[in-house]
Structures are given as C-alpha cells and as structure tokens.
Write a protein that binds this ligand. Structure first.
Ligand code: SF4
Length: 500
C-alpha cells in the first residue's frame, strides 16, 4: 500500500507514531515495532516508507464481473484497464486493509455503497486472531493415528487427532492453548503451521503412535510418502448394501473389510432380502448386528483402514454345515483398491482364483463411486475486542445483529459458517478466500481479513463509527490505482444480496 492509500484509511486513525532518527513506531498490533526508515516490522506487514507507516501489501478490491448473459466470469488484474471500477460491483476486502489497534479505534475502512436501493456499510479490517485454529479433514480410510494423539510439526505439538468422520480422518490444529499455553517455540511453530495451511501450502505433520501426513488445502493427502487417491464409497456395511444386487449370481459371499464396520453380505440384511443362503464364513471381531462387525483387526494403513494385508486373516472360521466346496468368495476394501477373489476347495479352504469379469466390474464400480481424496482446511476463529470495537462502540449489538443474520460476515469475500450461540465464532474454507489472505504477528496470532456488511440505517442504530464512513467511490478513486484488483469468485455469494 502506498502512502496515498494509507492516507484514506488512516486520516482519522493517525496510525503510527514518529520517533527520533526517522523511526516510526507501528501501532497496528501489541508488538509495537520501532521501524527504521526503509525497513519492515516484525510481521513484514508494515514498513517505514520515508517516515510514514505503510502497509506492505496492497488492499484487495474484488470486482464482480458479468458476461453479456449475466453470468459471473473471471476477472483478473490483467483484465482491468485502469479505468474506474464500477462502485456497484466493487467489494473492498480486508486483505491488505490493515489493522487498527488498540481496540476502540475504528476499522481501517468503513465503506458505504448503495445496492438495490439500500444504503449499505461494509466494515473492513484485518483481524488479529489470538483465538483461532484450523480444522483439517483428510479424505482417507487410513488410520493416521489414535484419537486425541498429539499432532506435531518440527517436533512441537500443534494439535491433535479428533473424531474421525465418514471416510475422513480429522485433525484439530492450532488453538489458543498451543499458541499461548506452551513454550515460545510451540507457539511460533503452531502459528507458522496454521499460516502455511491457511495459505494452501503443504505442511508435513507426524502423529504420535501413528503416521506422517502431508496436508495441503484442496490437494490429495500424502500418507507416509504415498499419495492417497480415493475416498471410500462408504463403510463396509454400506458398501455391501449398495452393491448387493450387482453381486447376486456372480459370487456366493462378499466381505468388505473396514476398520469400523466390516460387512458380510449373506448375513447382512441386504443379502437376506435377496434370499442369499448363508455362506458359513464367520469373521473375527465383535458382531454388532447381522452382517456388521466391529474391530475385525487393528487400525492401520492396510485394507479398509485396518492393519490387514492378507484379508483371509480376518476369517475366524468356516462352518462346514453351511459352506460347500466351490463357494465363491470376494473380499474387497471400501475403495475397491484391494480385492481378492477365492473359491473354497474340497477342504473348505479359500483358494485365490482369477476374478471373473462380472465380479471385477462391480469392484471397479466401487472405485468409480469413490470421490478423489482431498484435504480440506477450514479456518476457525472468534471475533474479539479490536474487531468488534472497530465496528461499533457497543459491540454486543454487533454480535446480536450477526447472530440474527442482519449483518453478513465474510472473510476476503468468502462466506463463513457462523456457530450458533454466543460470540462471533466463524469458520471459512481457505480455498474460497483470495490468495495471500493470511498473515501473522509474532504475539503469536494469525491475521485474516474480515468484513461486516449491513444496512447503513442498522449500522447507525448499532452505534457504528458513522463519522468514519467513506464512500466506495472515494475508496476507488483514492485506493484503486495502487490496489490489487481481482475478480469475484463465482462460487461465493455476493454479500449485498443478489448479483449486482
Ligand atoms: S508485528 Fe507487524 S503489526 Fe505488529 S507492530 Fe510490528 S509491524 Fe506492526
């Protein structure tokens, strides 16, 4: 950001204080760096440019662009010819907007605009989040580590394994305890890991009692050096149920190996409804309900998230009263990546055989029904003092208006999920946020853009800083020449309601 840009944001804020020898004291966060001329502060977000405090990254303006048919189209900086942006289609984001500190100072930009005949205000800032974390969803059956096990980066605990979900392992990374409650190194490594994850860069993590995983938002996880390809079609029981009819007539028994719920077709309700006779094959583990077994093996990186590499090892016994020589048995994992076809010999021992084409086709269909294995990174944070006081002098009114849906919250224009209950606790998918949206300060804390959009009349009723409102026209005129201008991400809802 140039001095010109900062002047609009800071004309009422008086950011930075001049000290002797051209030094400027940055007051954008509690660190209060003393910055020499030509140098940047500890976070590299602010610098001393000829004795003036400047934000080192340009503010990001998003332009909602439409084609002739009214469809949202890509709009890059290269597409912008330097002419004035259309105020009705411009959204001022918190990316590069700067922070005001201490809390009571108004946000860097409080922007007025008219949309669909309604006067609106968007309060724009870069929040400093001491209370924040990252929720990571890793689409894999592989057992990455025990629930609650510490997750480490460079040897420091930065989070833990949390409850597995359907086809995904979940990690909870960051949070105030790792940022503030341990050693300085733990806080620094945690902050750095969160910043990397939120920025879409890969982070290698090791799990105590488990494995190593490389996580990058929107990309496949790499477990112990092996990229994952498929997210399972369902648990073992669901897989049996989904494909039961397609197996009928081609096999006499199917066992879908799963660390959580292994399915046995002829015993399962789906096999019974199809009048499949019992095979007499009994698997290990604890029987939950007919044809559904828990704990058939230990968790691991093998078949279906178990430690099994030889699937026949989970067969406890074969009942001679029900089984017969020539019985056709298929064993498969929940992704179809592992599959074994056997025929029982005269001693009722399963003997591997070539898989018939009709059976293989169903196994391949399991694979076809698996979605690509991806890592999802959600940034989660609570809006605290400086954020809410920067919007209004009576912060509880803002909290209530956000809870009621009257005030829309975005992060770099991306939609957020607002947790019900007290406070303003939000989550956002980092892949829907603009490039370079995140930063940090060495307190340590994560810096992220946040915008509050609401009708101007409501903003006045909330006790907003109405004396600091600037029109979007002024922002465009004064800031746009040095701003970063990008297109609105088409999948993100326009914060002012319908499309412009
Ligand atoms: S860490 Fe960054 S924001 Fe904080 S005082 Fe230093 S330069 Fe300013």
């Amino acid at each position: 950001m140039t001095g010109d840009q900062l002047s609009l944001a800071a004309r009422a804020r008086k950011m930075g204080a001049a000290e002797g020898e051209g030094i400027v004291r940055c007051d954008a966060c509690p660190v209060l760096c003393r910055i020499r001329p030509g140098r940047a502060g500890a976070c590299a977000r602010y610098a001393n440019e000829s004795g003036q405090l400047v934000r080192t990254d340009p503010v990001l303006l998003l332009q909602h662009a439409l084609d002739a048919g009214g469809k949202v189209v890509a709009f890059g900086r290269a597409d912008w010819d330097g002419t004035l942006l259309d105020p009705a289609r411009t959204f001022v984001t918190g990316v590069g907007a700067g922070t005001t500190y201490p809390d009571y100072k108004p946000a860097p930009f409080i922007v007025s605009a008219e949309h669909a005949g309604v006067d609106t205000v968007t309060v724009v800032t870069e929040g400093i989040f001491s209370y924040c974390g990252v929720k990571v969803k890793i689409d894999t059956d592989r057992h990455l580590g025990p629930e609650t096990a510490p997750v480490r980066v460079k040897g420091e605990q930065v989070g833990h394994v949390t409850t597995a979900e359907y086809g995904s392992q979940m990690l909870s990374i960051g949070g105030v305890r790792h940022l503030t409650g341990g050693s300085k190194k733990e806080g620094t490594v945690t902050c750095d890991a969160m910043l990397e994850l939120c920025s879409g860069r890969p982070v290698e993590m090791t799990i105590d009692g488990g494995h190593t995983v490389i996580v990058a938002a929107g990309r496949a996880p790499v477990v112990d050096g092996r990229p994952e390809a498929r997210m399972r079609v369902g648990c073992g029981s669901a897989t049996v149920g989904i494909f039961a009819r397609q197996w009928l007539g081609h096999v006499d028994e199917v066992i879908v190996v799963d660390d959580h719920i292994t399915g046995v077709l002829t015993e399962h309700q789906s096999g019974r409804v199809l009048d499949m006779p019992p095979s007499g094959i009994r698997v290990r583990g604890r029987r939950s309900t007919p044809g559904r077994y828990f704990q058939v093996a230990n968790p691991g990186l093998g078949w279906g998230g178990t430690d099994i590499t030889d699937p026949l090892a989970i067969i406890q016994k074969i009942d001679a009263k029900a089984a017969r020589p020539g019985l056709r048995l298929l064993m498969t994992s929940t992704t179809g990546e592992d599959a074994l076809y056997c025929v029982l010999d005269d001693r009722l021992v399963p003997v591997p055989a070539e898989m018939p084409a009709a059976v293989r086709a169903v196994v391949e269909r399991i694979g076809e029904n698996c979605e690509p294995s991806l890592c999802t990174v959600l940034f989660m944070a609570g809006a605290g003092g400086s954020l809410r006081a920067g919007v209004t002098e009576n912060p509880v009114l803002l909290t209530r208006s956000v809870a009621s849906g009257e005030t829309r919250v975005t992060m770099g224009g991306a939609p957020v999920y607002l947790w019900p209950g007290g406070g303003i606790t939000i989550m956002a998918d980092v892949t829907r946020m603009p490039r370079g949206a995140f930063g940090y300060v060495p307190t340590p804390a994560i810096v992220a853009p946040i915008e509050f959009t609401l009708p101007r009349a409501l903003y006045e009723r909330l006790g907003g800083h109405v004396g600091d409102v600037v029109s979007v026209n002024d922002v465009i005129r004064e800031v746009a020449p040095a701003a970063r201008v990008e297109g609105w991400q088409a999948e993100n809802p326009w914060p002012f309601g319908d499309k412009p």
